[in-house]
Design a protein around this ligand. Structure first.
Ligand code: TXA
Ligand code: MG
Length: 336
């Protein structure tokens, strides 16, 4: 049986004995286990059906813990952490030898962040050890932003879901690493771009040059609902709806409501606020996915700032195997 609780002591007791517990963060809910328990880490991979080749993120209660997990930490990493933690930024750094290779998929680097969620920070303080926490969804599916989303995925498989209310950021953290001293952006998110560029300049984007992603969150098909998803430009909504007139259709728009008798339309932010749209995007995908529709159509965002992070998630969510081919250098391309 899975219980939805608010009591960090019960969650901590379960985590201490090697159980896996879902926890809230400001970005998405995580499926947590002690990073010092190989048993818990194995359970996370099993429950999520995640390949062992995808490393996890360590969640810590304060910056001081960084040096317990990482070595050779560059000053810019401290500067980023001081400016943006607690918050939706993950840093990839060289790991300490004491960190299990199971946790890092055998890499000599480790991803770490300090989440901005009161309940989870209290839990981390109380526990006294960092938690591994990938997003609490089966591998490749849409991340959960409420306790109810997690329950739908994992009821009966984990003892507790710590309920911290709906996530306020709504998409996964920005991930930045360093290769040969250069900052590399592994995943776009909602961490403040202006602050990042003041500290590290504009990070290079991760290139899939060898066709092998260093950040599994960058797999082409990811964050996907069961219902097929089609993206369209803001000025193509009417045409796209008429192309699918014979289907039961859900529509996600940024700020404009589209009146159409047979279409369920979720407007993410009538006030045209990208932060609000991010906070609501996954909940909208979950809600429409539960309606037994034939198709979900989503409007693309302007490709700037958080809009780019949202488009990144939408493009991956919409990618189906037949939409994608690998080009000769192994770089995935969209063909529709
Ligand atoms: O917002 C978030 O980051 C959420 C919440 C729960 O904190 N967590 C999350 O975890 O999104 P997950 O496991 O779904 O995504 C982990 C990402 C993957 O893209 C993975 O490749 C990257 O972190 N990652 C982990 N270790 C890495 C490493 N050593 N080098 C590069 N990327 C790494
Ligand atoms: Mg994930």
């Amino acid at each position: 049986m899975t219980q939805i609780i608010k009591d960090i002591e019960r969650a901590a007791e379960a985590l201490h004995r090697g159980a896996v517990v879902a926890i809230p963060t400001e970005t998405v809910y995580g499926l947590a286990g002690s990073i010092y328990s190989d048993e818990a880490i194995k359970k996370i991979y099993e429950v999520k059906q995640r390949p062992y080749s995808s490393p996890l993120i360590a969640h810590i209660p304060n910056i001081d813990v960084l040096s317990e997990l990482c070595s050779d930490i560059p000053q810019v990493a401290y500067d980023l952490a001081e400016a943006l933690w607690p918050g939706p930024l993950t840093l990839v750094l060289r790991k300490q030898k004491s960190v299990s290779g199971l946790f890092t998929s055998g890499n000599d680097t480790i991803a770490v962040r300090m989440p901005a969620h009161k309940l989870t920070l209290e839990l981390l303080q109380y526990l006294g050890e960092p938690l591994a926490a990938p997003s609490a969804n089966p591998f490749g599916q849409v991340s959960p932003t409420t306790a109810a989303h997690v329950y739908q995925y994992f009821k009966g498989q984990i003892p507790y879901i710590l309920n911290g209310g709906p996530c306020t950021v709504g998409i996964e953290s920005t991930i930045i690493g360093f290769e040969e001293g250069r900052p590399i952006l592994y995943r776009r998110g909602c961490a403040d771009e202006r602050i990042i560029s003041k500290i590290v300049g504009k990070p290079n984007e991760m290139l899939l040059s060898d066709g092998k992603s260093k950040a599994p969150g960058m797999l082409l098909r990811h964050y996907s609902p069961r219902t097929s998803l089609r993206l369209c430009e803001a000025n193509e909504i009417s045409v796209t709806l008429s192309e699918h007139a014979h289907l039961k259709t859900g529509l996600i728009t940024f700020s404009r409501a589209v009146a159409h008798p047979d279409v369920t339309n979720i407007v993410l932010s009538p006030e045209h606020c990208l932060e609000k749209a991010a906070a609501g995007l996954y909940a909208a995908l979950h809600e429409l996915d539960n309606k037994g529709l034939d198709i979900i159509i989503a409007e693309k965002f302007e490709n700037e700032g958080i809009g780019m992070a949202l488009n990144d998630r939408l493009i991956r969510a919409a990618a189906s195997h037949r939409d994608v081919k690998q080009n000769t250098s192994g770089v995935a391309e969209f063909i529709s």
